[in-house]
Design a protein. Structure first.
Length: 357
């Protein structure tokens, strides 16, 4: 079975796609974003997959790819177009090449026009295609910078995308209105730039008169992406806090397991967000923990030292996860949730004050 997830980076409106093969457990990521590497690693881990490759559809101008960072932490192969001009890739692909993950494959179709190295990726049964910044939902990528060419883009879309089955679903690299997918039939009929009876002259005139502002991130993003997202100075360990052995979850928070918390207990502030009756109840409490019920936390956050690590605790880990979100918004940087809460703490045989056997 094909495993599919569509993810978004809100600041750049970039879509990242995870495709996995349930039988082998292998997966790939299309167009990962540097700042979302923790999120992507968490998702791969939580659904029990192994990342074998990242594929960039082109050299992006609006965000930095996460390809290099994910390779450092997960060992994934970096794949991109032979015409991209980028250094640091492990595999460079061209028209007709296949990218495999388990028993599934993506077919590479060359679709220049936005950049010379733009590719569209088509799943093996022609049911899905990932168009990058070539064809967007009721739109198209820009052709006014890098190696942009209206002529090439028009030909790319007509030859390589509109030739797919009408039922093929199209997934773009971006959408600024929150739209998620389209189909070949829809874009052939309704795309205001490329659909219907629009010819090359129409399209070229349209694109040359868009008068769009210069991409805000282009001067930062393009040089980095020409190195597959490798920064000039960076330690992959910087992606994880160094004060404890933490795990980033797909829900967007750092968690600490009970044995790891016990190791750093003298150096952290443990905040128990249960109600007083629970704090003094049958599960007991962690020695030295501070009771601040969740509904009082924001009003009493000033009682905590924002320079010291904070670990939030509740019965099961649910309310304390919400506490992490609250304290993060309040400016706390070193913060984690106790995974499984007091239930898992006690099950692991860790010491408690009070409580019952």
């Amino acid at each position: 079975m094909l495993i599919f997830r569509q993810l978004i980076d809100q600041p750049s409106s970039t879509y990242t796609y995870l495709l996995g093969d349930s039988e082998s457990g292998e997966c790939i990521l299309i167009d990962p974003v540097f700042e979302q590497a923790n999120r992507d690693r968490a998702l791969v881990s939580e659904i029990g997959l192994r990342l074998v490759a990242t594929v960039d559809t082109h050299v992006h101008a609006d965000h930095i790819t996460g390809a290099w960072l994910l390779k450092q932490t997960l060992g994934s192969e970096i794949v991109l177009s032979r015409d991209s001009g980028a250094d640091g890739g492990d595999r460079y692909v061209s028209q007709g090449d296949e990218i495999s993950f388990g028993n599934r494959t993506l077919l590479v179709r060359s679709t220049p026009g936005h950049t010379d190295g733009c590719i569209t990726l088509v799943i093996d049964d022609n049911s899905m295609a990932f168009t990058g910044d070539c064809l967007l939902i009721r739109g198209s990528g820009r052709t006014d910078f890098q190696q942009g060419s209206p002529d090439l883009m028009y030909e790319s879309v007509r030859r390589e995308i509109f030739s797919l089955p009408d039922t093929c679903l199209l997934y773009p690299g971006h959408d600024y209105r929150g739209l998620t997918a389209s189909s070949v039939a829809e874009e052939k009929a309704f795309n205001p730039r490329l659909g219907g009876d629009i010819d090359l002259h129409d399209f070229s005139g349209y694109m040359k008169n868009l008068k769009l502002p210069h991409p805000k991130q282009i001067d930062r993003a393009v040089p980095a992406n020409l190195k597959c997202g490798r920064p000039d100075t960076f330690d992959a360990q910087d992606t994880a806090p160094g004060w404890a052995n933490l795990k980033y979850t797909f829900s967007g928070i750092w968690e600490i397991e009970a044995p790891s918390l016990e190791e750093v207990l003298p150096m952290v502030q443990v905040v128990d967000v249960r109600e007083p009756s629970e704090y003094d109840g049958s599960l007991g409490r962690i020695k030295g923990s501070k009771l601040i019920p969740l509904d009082e936390l924001m009003q009493r956050a000033g009682e905590l030292d924002s320079n010291l690590p904070v670990v939030t605790v509740c019965r099961s880990g649910a309310r304390s996860a919400q506490a992490v979100a609250h304290l993060t918004k309040a400016g706390f940087k070193k913060i984690a949730n106790l995974s499984g809460g007091m239930l898992r703490w006690r099950d692991g045989g860790h010491s408690v004050e009070g409580g019952q056997d």
